[in-house]
Design a protein. Structure first.
Lengths: 327, 240
């Protein structure tokens, strides 16, 4: 009986144990106890500017995020991609592109290989590439990103990167790196703000020992224009929102894995893995020959629609065609 | 095995044996020569392979520009890189001498409508032919787009999520180069247009899913006429 309890542990409630076990093995081998913990109720209040000093709230929320990244849950990549999307949307606003999150998604997913996703689509791809590459605290990496943005980084714009990382508080170090970047550029808006946000993410990831950066700082949130204390409070609030996203995704991922066990389709495990690894997927992404997940376009679409009908997946665009599915 | 971008093993980037001033002159010479010899704007990362690690490239380029101050050509930053360009006031002289004589495509021969299309795409990209036609209030022929595409000034963007999956268009690096822009932010009056809300998405112009309105019929625009012959049928990739 105790052994049975142990095997039931991986996934939340579902009526048929054997199927659940198969799906858990296939899609989420590392799924164990929940990795997101509910944050104490005083924390949001403290982040709003309560009695507790901001650094106290910051410590709590950074610890919570760190726990999630270290646990490396199956849905970590979906979380990362979604943060990249939010960061790209903020950057698009800062660069005065017209595109919102939905349009950025479209630009990335509806561009065929070899075509140009357009200025905003390129920005989103840049953030995705940024969050997918290993954390390396070096100026040339960011200078290369600046070139991709089409911005000319003045000499020494990223010198602050290494200096700032000596700060005792990781969040303050990240904010200092962003400040140094903005100072290096001499302007607070446009590409400088985007690169400042990336610099801050890199420093934070480096200080916390994360293998890859998690987009947490948004363009416009970090920079010279805001007073330090206010910028600090804002990044703590952003981190809380990010943690909320993680809690939400964890629940959705568990539901998806449970539901996928009920949908008996060949290649379902690969389909679930693809859904857990990105913000959204199109049916065509699951039917690509290299992924070879679900055979045909049509089969992939049926699989995804079935999961939507089961309430385990969301269709993000609300369009009858060109649909994009995600957690 | 070194990557080819790192160049010859014998190439000495740092020039440690030269005194500081000579070294600086040598670096200036190298950077200018590389830009002079290149057919396209030379990006920063290429230039940084020619000089020492401790060389401040921006100062170096500023020095070169200063030296060229009284020459009829200058060093400009266009399309993400550096290149030589003759000064604008000598345009007449070059034209009188019979043009550049190179085999470059004749960009000055763009028609008024092609200029309009290229400029409108630059401001509104990614944008479909139908959206642009609606905005301008006149059917823009596919030939203008085809010509711009052949010249390499515009390229294919993401598919618009509408019936027939029409192609959107975006401007290319060559567009920036030909029009002398460092980036799209250098487009004239872009701030004023944005502030006036003219670059916002317009629902009345946007591609609709499966709707053919009266206006389109007057313009002679139909949803399925944007599919290009050289593209695979989009329905093979997207759901219907």
């Amino acid at each position: 009986m105790i052994a049975a309890m142990d095997s039931l542990e991986p996934v939340a409630a579902s009526p048929k144990p054997p199927r659940r076990k198969r799906a858990a093995n296939a899609a989420a081998p590392s799924e164990k106890a929940p990795v997101c913990h509910i944050l104490p109720s005083w924390l949001p209040r403290a982040a709003q500017g309560g009695d507790a000093p901001p650094a106290f709230a910051a410590g709590a929320v950074v610890f919570a995020l760190d726990q999630i990244v270290r646990a490396d849950p199956a849905w970590l990549e979906a979380w990362r991609a979604r943060q990249a999307l939010r960061a790209a949307a903020a950057s698009a606003r800062s660069l005065r592109h017209r595109e919102d999150e939905a349009a950025l998604r479209d630009a990335h997913h509806l561009t065929r290989p070899g075509d140009d996703p357009g200025p905003a689509g390129k920005l989103y791809r840049l953030w995705r590439a940024f969050s997918a590459r290993p954390t390396r605290l070096a100026g040339p990496c960011l200078a290369a990103l600046a070139d991709t943005l089409g911005a000319r980084a003045p000499a020494g714009a990223f010198d602050g990167l290494t200096l700032a990382s000596d700060h005792p508080d990781p969040l303050a170090a990240a904010l200092a790196a962003a400040d140094a970047c903005v100072r290096g550029f001499g302007v607070g808006g446009g590409e400088a703000a985007v690169l400042a946000a990336m610099a801050a993410d890199l420093v934070l990831a480096h200080r916390l020992g994360w293998p890859r950066p998690l987009p947490l700082f948004f363009a416009g949130a970090a920079g010279r224009r805001t007073p330090a204390a206010e910028g600090y409070a804002r990044i703590v609030r952003e981190a809380l929102v990010c943690h909320g996203q993680a809690m939400d995704l964890e629940g959705r991922a568990a539901r998806l894995i449970a539901a996928a066990a009920a949908v008996r389709v060949k290649g379902a495990d690969r389909g679930v893995a693809a859904l857990l690894a990105d913000d959204v997927v199109a049916a065509a992404d699951l039917a690509r020959p290299d992924a070879a997940a679900l055979g045909s376009d049509r089969a992939a679409r049926r699989f995804l629609d079935r999961l939507v009908a089961l309430g385990a997946l969301r269709e993000m665009t609300r369009r009858p065609t060109f649909r994009l599915y995600g957690l | 095995m070194r990557p080819p971008a790192q160049g010859d093993l014998l190439f000495d980037r740092n020039l440690a044996d030269l005194p500081a001033e000579l070294r600086w002159r040598e670096w200036m010479g190298r950077v200018e020569a590389a830009i002079f010899a290149a057919a396209t704007p030379v990006p920063r990362e290429i230039l940084s392979l020619l000089v020492g690690d401790d060389c401040r490239l921006d100062d170096l380029i500023a020095d070169i520009q200063h030296e060229l101050a009284d020459r009829p050509y200058e060093l400009v930053f266009v399309a993400g890189g550096w290149r030589h360009r003759t000064r604008v006031r000598f345009a007449d002289a070059i034209r009188a001498a019979g043009g550049t004589g190179s085999a470059k495509p004749p960009f000055e021969a763009l028609s008024e409508i092609e200029n309009l299309v290229a400029t409108a795409i630059a401001y509104l990209q990614p944008v479909t032919r139908r959206e642009l036609s609606r905005l301008i209030g006149k059917e823009l022929s596919r030939d203008s787009f085809a010509r711009l595409k052949r010249l390499g000034l515009i390229g294919a963007g993401p598919r618009a999520p509408a019936r027939g999956a029409p192609l959107t268009y975006v401007t290319t690096k060559l567009f920036l180069e030909v029009f002398g822009l460092g980036s799209l932010r250098d487009l004239p009056d872009i701030e004023a247009l944005e502030d006036a809300g003219l670059l916002e998405p317009r629902p009345d112009l946007a591609e609709k899913v499966g709707v053919d309105d009266e206006f389109d019929r007057v313009l002679g625009l139909f949803a399925d006429d944007d599919q290009e012959d050289d593209e695979a049928a989009p329905s093979a990739r997207f759901d219907e």
